[in-house]
Structures are given as structure tokens and as C-alpha cells.
Design a protein around this ligand. Structure first.
Ligand code: TK8
Length: 356
């Protein structure tokens, strides 16, 4: 009896020691998530869920929103519930510029502005808004996703922003409520809303229009009330934001290719683990490819839809486009030095390379 008790005690002590060893072993390997889950399900402290509030100016019909939804899906799945992504569209959190400022302050975590307003934070970004810079989307992809594109993204952290990837807004086309625009003459005196960007502003001024910079969320009402006669954006935006309700003419000016940059607050980035940062970057790229594909499909099909909605389409001939190009040349020359001639030359070179 005594012997048995003694051996029972011994077994008990052994079991306790084993359990202790197990727990200690677990503690020493906090990275083995799975082992941890199986062996100490109850002791694990409640995981803190960190929230990413991602805001955009466009509505939830736009490929940009769908790309963001893809980003959310990937990030939430790969971070295993540690990060939740909330999506806000239609300028619910403000316009591009306001949201970037919120990212700087750390009161918002993500946004996806056009490069035009980014240029107010990092001047080199102006280069991507030079009129007639990119000849087509394929070249834009190569340059933006290549070393020069990255070099510009690398200037964002100084401003408290992290550029994850270039997405696509696309080639911009002019709409207005006054007249069909077929020639440079036709631009004369048109009150055109531009993005908040000096290059855009001066290019439209040179073309003879009367441009006013304005944040995107104010645009529809401004057109409705006649504060401006027109605006320029890719077909996807013109159609999906229902601009055809307040605009009667559209011309295929294709005057500039507009990139987006998916960005994160540096504060949130720095508070994330290296594994999470890697997930953000990968998700941004997967979602980018998806967004670009949807966006190209959208831009290809929505001009016809705009006509169906009653807009008059006017084609810009190659001669007129060449004339436009000639008129904006001095603006580009002027901004080259302002932006940084070295950056501009690198971009031109990369475009040349991409066309080979
Ligand atoms: C949306 C903007 C928009 C842009 C503009 O926030 O402002 O016209 O084309 O897409 O980024």
C-alpha cells in the first residue's frame, strides 16, 4: 500500500514536471502559433485586433473599391484575425489630401489617392502627371512597378506615409456641359475642375480653359450647380459616379495617365510586425493586379455606356492631340526643374526602355 502510494506520488510529480516543461517549452517558442494554440488554448491572452480604416474618394462600384476589398480579404485571412480592414468609400473620410494628412497624424491608416495630390507632399510625384507622359498602360505598369516608381515611393516615409503599390486610375478624358470639344479652340473659357495639382492647373490654363482646383468629393455638386462646366477623369469614374447626369459632352482627350498609390500611415506600419508588413506589401500587389484588370475592362466599356446615357462623344484627332501636346510643352519644361530634373530624366529613360 505504502509502496503504491509512493509510486503514485512519484507519477504525479513526474506529470507535473512534464507539464511545466511543456509550458516552458511553449513560452520559449512564441512564434509557433499552431503549437501554442493546441497546447495552451485557455491561457493565451485575448488577441488585440488592430483596425485599418481605408478610405477612398470614389464610390463602391469603382474597381478601386473592389481592389480594396481584395486587399481586405487577403490581409484579414493572412493575419489570422489580428488585423481588421474597414472600407470607407465616396469620400466618407474626406478627400485625397485630407486623408493623406490623417495618415500622417495616424488618425487614419490607409488611403489610395491619385498621384496628382500626392505631389503636394512629395514634389517628385508631379512627374507622373505630366501631360501625355505614358503612351499606354503597359508602359505605365513597367515604369511604375520598376525601380523609378519605387524610388518615388521611397520618398513617402519622410512624410509619414508608406507607399505600398501603384494602382490605376487611368487615362483621363474631358467632359463638360457646354459644348463638344474637338479642337483646342473649344477649350477656351471652359470652367474646368482640376485635381489639386499645379501641373494640371497650368496645363489647362495653357490650353485656354479656366481651371479651378477642387477636391473630388465636391465635384458632382459643383457641376450640378454650374460652379464648373466640366472636369476630366477616366471613363470608369465618369460613368460609375454618374457624371452623365450633369455633363453632356465627352471627348477622348486622353491627356494624362493617372496612377493611384495605395498607402499606409507610417505610424501604423511601424506598429506592425515584419510579418504583417510583408503581408501588406504582398496583398497590395495582388490587389493591384486585380484592380488594374477590372479598371481596364471598365474603361474599355464605359464610353459606349456614356453615349447610351445621352452624352455626345467627340473624337480628338491625332492632329489636335499633337497641337495640345505642343501647347503644354513649356509647362512640362518649367516643371522639370521644379520637380527635380534628375527624377524626370530617369522617368523618361524608363519609359523609353519600357517601349523597346
Ligand atoms: C478620388 C480621386 C479621383 C481623381 C480626381 O479620390 O480627383 O479627379 O481622379 O479618382 O483620386
Amino acid at each position: 500500500m505504502f509502496k503504491l502510494l509512493k509510486s503514485k506520488k512519484f507519477v504525479l510529480v513526474m506529470v507535473c514536471l512534464l507539464a511545466l516543461a511543456l509550458i516552458a517549452g511553449c513560452g520559449a517558442q512564441p512564434k509557433k502559433e499552431e503549437a501554442k494554440k493546441e497546447e495552451t488554448p485557455k491561457e493565451e491572452p485575448k488577441k488585440e485586433v488592430r483596425i485599418i480604416r481605408a478610405g477612398i474618394g470614389l464610390n463602391d462600384k469603382h474597381p478601386q473599391y473592389k481592389g480594396l476589398a481584395k486587399f481586405k480579404e487577403i490581409v484579414e485571412q493572412k493575419t489570422d484575425g489580428a488585423i481588421k480592414v474597414e472600407l470607407y468609400h465616396s469620400g466618407q473620410l474626406g478627400d485625397d489630401r485630407t486623408m493623406m494628412e490623417a495618415l500622417q497624424l495616424g488618425t487614419q491608416e490607409m488611403t489610395c489617392p491619385s498621384t496628382a495630390p500626392i505631389a503636394n507632399f512629395v514634389k517628385e510625384f508631379n512627374v507622373f502627371d505630366f501631360p501625355f507622359l505614358f503612351p499606354n498602360e503597359e508602359v505605365a505598369d513597367k515604369v511604375l512597378d520598376g525601380p523609378v516608381g519605387q524610388e518615388l515611393l521611397d520618398k513617402l516615409p519622410e512624410q509619414g506615409l508608406i507607399g505600398l503599390a501603384y494602382w490605376e486610375n487611368g487615362f483621363r478624358n474631358l467632359t463638360n456641359s457646354k459644348r463638344a470639344v474637338a479642337t483646342v479652340e473649344d477649350f477656351k473659357g471652359l470652367k474646368i475642375r482640376t485635381m489639386e495639382n499645379q501641373v494640371h492647373l497650368e496645363a489647362f490654363r495653357a490650353l485656354g480653359a479656366n481651371p479651378t482646383p477642387m477636391p473630388f468629393p465636391e465635384l458632382f455638386t459643383a457641376m450640378q450647380q454650374g460652379t464648373v462646366d466640366g472636369q476630366e477623369n477616366p471613363y470608369a469614374t465618369i460613368y460609375l459616379q454618374k457624371f452623365y447626369e450633369v455633363q453632356s459632352h465627352v471627348s477622348d482627350t486622353n491627356h494624362v495617365y493617372s496612377p493611384f498609390v495605395l498607402m499606409m500611415s507610417k505610424k501604423f506600419w511601424d506598429e506592425s510586425t515584419p510579418e504583417q508588413q510583408k503581408i501588406f506589401l504582398e496583398a497590395a500587389k495582388t490587389a493591384r493586379d486585380y484592380e488594374r484588370k477590372l479598371n481596364r475592362e471598365a474603361n474599355a466599356k464605359y464610353l459606349a455606356e456614356l453615349e447610351k446615357e445621352g452624352m455626345t462623344y467627340t473624337h480628338i484627332s491625332d492632329e489636335v492631340r499633337a497641337e495640345m501636346q505642343e501647347i503644354v510643352k513649356p509647362i512640362i519644361e518649367k516643371f522639370k526643374d521644379k520637380v527635380g530634373a534628375e527624377t524626370v530624366d530617369k522617368v523618361y529613360k524608363a519609359i523609353e526602355e519600357a517601349q523597346k
